[in-house]
Design a binder for this molecule. Structure first.
Ligand code: PLP
Length: 273
């Protein structure tokens, strides 16, 4: 992506998500990706997680009106070129985020593209979303999405579809599109039966496939956040959705290739210094 000349105001991209005290995922991955993509990161914190490389041992939710106020505050003053959501924790936070996004023009009802990463759990299986919030993800959050980017576990929780091959991935993409997302990206990277990472993108009309070599590393913490953040940066730069996905996928592949050990558990994808 083009970097802005020194001294000029860069594009702004907003992340509405959770923090990671281990610095690998969530808002830390988002704001790092944004800085490296040459955009200014705006941050609305929805939850604070207690986590290290071994997992998430707890989280604290920010009151829903404070989450919405952060979004309103930056949108009305600084301006937002694209936005993404990550960990939103509860249905009350999702409702508050949807309300303010509609108010300030973020998402499908407005003019600012929105990437919805429907974060449900960490790679260790630690919950990051209350199960009661799944209906709000389906019926309040996903209908706002310019693009929704679930991994296969999230696909199963949201649509009930167990993706095992191309046919079921396409079925899942159709189901996510039917919930109201403009584009649905079903990420196949966690399908361990393949040597390729194949993602399926669907807009209600065409299926597009994005294939890369699967990078088998234990250090992939924050990969999903990094992909969604890179897609948001490309959308802010005026890329259409398929080109933004292609950019994001190339970006996260390079981050996976450069991932490093950290702590005794899973290290993060590299920020690509
Ligand atoms: N913590 C936060 C705040 C996140 O947003 C996410 C993922 O979106 C995670 C942890 C989990 O990351 P991973 O799936 O790499 O464990």
């Amino acid at each position: 992506l083009p970097l802005p000349p020194n001294g000029t105001t860069p594009l702004r991209v907003l992340t509405i998500a959770g923090t990671d005290s281990g610095g690998g995922a969530g808002i830390q991955a988002d704001s790092r990706t944004m800085a490296l993509c040459g955009v200014h990161a705006l941050v609305a914190v929805a939850a604070v997680t207690v986590q290290n490389s071994l997992g998430v041992s707890g989280f604290h939710e920010i009151p829903p009106h404070i989450v919405a106020d952060q979004v309103r505050s930056v949108a009305t003053d600084i301006g937002v070129g694209a936005a993404k959501t990550g960990m939103l924790a509860s249905s009350a936070i999702i409702e508050a985020v949807a309300g303010v996004c509609n108010e300030v023009g973020i998402g499908r009802s407005g003019t600012v593209p929105l990437v919805v990463d429907p974060v449900c759990a960490s790679m260790h299986g630690d919950p990051l979303l209350h199960p009661e919030a799944l209906d709000a993800v389906r019926h309040t959050l996903i209908p706002l999405a310019t693009i929704v980017t679930p991994n296969l576990d999230e696909v199963r929780l949201i649509t009930g579809i167990d993706v095992v091959d191309d046919a079921t991935a396409r079925q899942a993409a159709q189901s996510l599109h039917a919930l109201g997302a403009q584009w649905a990206l079903v990420k196949g990277g966690h399908l361990r039966t393949s040597t390729e990472s194949r993602d399926i993108l669907f807009d209600g009309d065409r299926f597009l496939e994005f294939t890369s070599t699967r990078i088998d590393t234990g250090n992939d913490h924050g990969g999903g956040d990094t992909l969604a953040a890179a897609i948001a940066c490309a959308l802010a730069n005026g890329y259409d959705v398929p080109n933004a996905v292609e950019f994001g996928k190339e970006w996260v592949t390079r981050c996976l290739e450069a991932a490093y050990d950290l702590g005794a558990g899973h290290g993060p994808v590299s920020p690509l210094w």
